[in-house]
Design a protein around this ligand. Structure first.
Ligand SMILES: C[S@@+](CC[C@H](N)C(=O)[O-])C[C@H]1O[C@@H](n2cnc3c(N)ncnc32)[C@H](O)[C@@H]1O
Length: 185
């Protein structure tokens, strides 16, 4: 059992387990909105994303909707609004410019989605992608990941979950989950 009282949980204090300090309870946003294959074309998701990005942002799977933030956009699709058209892992491995304050990861959420919805453009394997993120992210920076689950950068790579957003699309449609993680120094 973790050593944490209800009072501490409400104050968002980190629980302890032996000598290990565990992450405090992440903040939680719940937003009802439609689903669209181009995530940021849905206004409540776009506005939530703009609010949660900080500083210079790498939008690695940028798609077709520009964000009202300071962003560098990458997408393999020639019809996307993009500054770079590279495979995501290739981009992360070869980037030589200044590092980013925030990295936005909104890939196809599953291989089948990639084939059906995005012209068969294959999403780079998630593990490789996550392993390369620190090549482009400043220490202490943020990663915001969209998907069907909240299994994202993780504590093993030195990240702590700050916030989870659940976008509920209604009916039998999968929810979209966005995880905001901070690289801990
Ligand atoms: C879920 S959509 C999100 C797009 C964007 N965030 C938006 O809201 O419009 C996934 C995007 O990833 C792009 N994509 C798929 N595989 C890719 C890869 N390996 N490298 C870079 N982009 C890729 C697709 O072209 C598509 O635009």
């Amino acid at each position: 059992m973790f050593n944490m009282s209800t009072e501490d949980k409400l104050k968002n204090v980190s629980p302890t387990f032996g000598n290990t300090v565990l992450p405090a309870v992440p903040a939680f946003d719940y937003i009802k909105c439609p689903l669209h294959r181009y995530t940021f074309s849905v206004k409540p998701i776009r506005e939530w994303t703009e609010r949660n990005c900080e500083g210079k942002t790498l939008n690695l799977f940028a798609g077709r909707t520009k964000l009202n933030i300071d962003e560098i956009r990458n997408d393999l699709d020639e019809e996307a609004l993009a500054d770079y058209r590279m495979d995501a892992v290739e981009f992360l491995r070869t980037w030589q410019g200044e590092k980013f304050d925030t990295v936005l990861l909104d890939p196809p959420y599953a291989f089948r989605k990639s084939m059906e919805m995005y012209k068969g453009i294959r999403c780079s394997p998630f593990k490789q992608m996550k392993d390369e993120v620190m090549n482009v992210l400043k220490e202490g920076g943020k990663v915001i990941t969209f998907g069907y689950h909240s299994n994202t950068m993780g504590a093993g790579r030195g990240f702590k979950v700050e916030k989870i957003a659940l976008f509920s699309h209604g009916g039998a449609i999968h929810d979209t989950i966005a995880s905001v993680e901070r690289h801990c120094l």
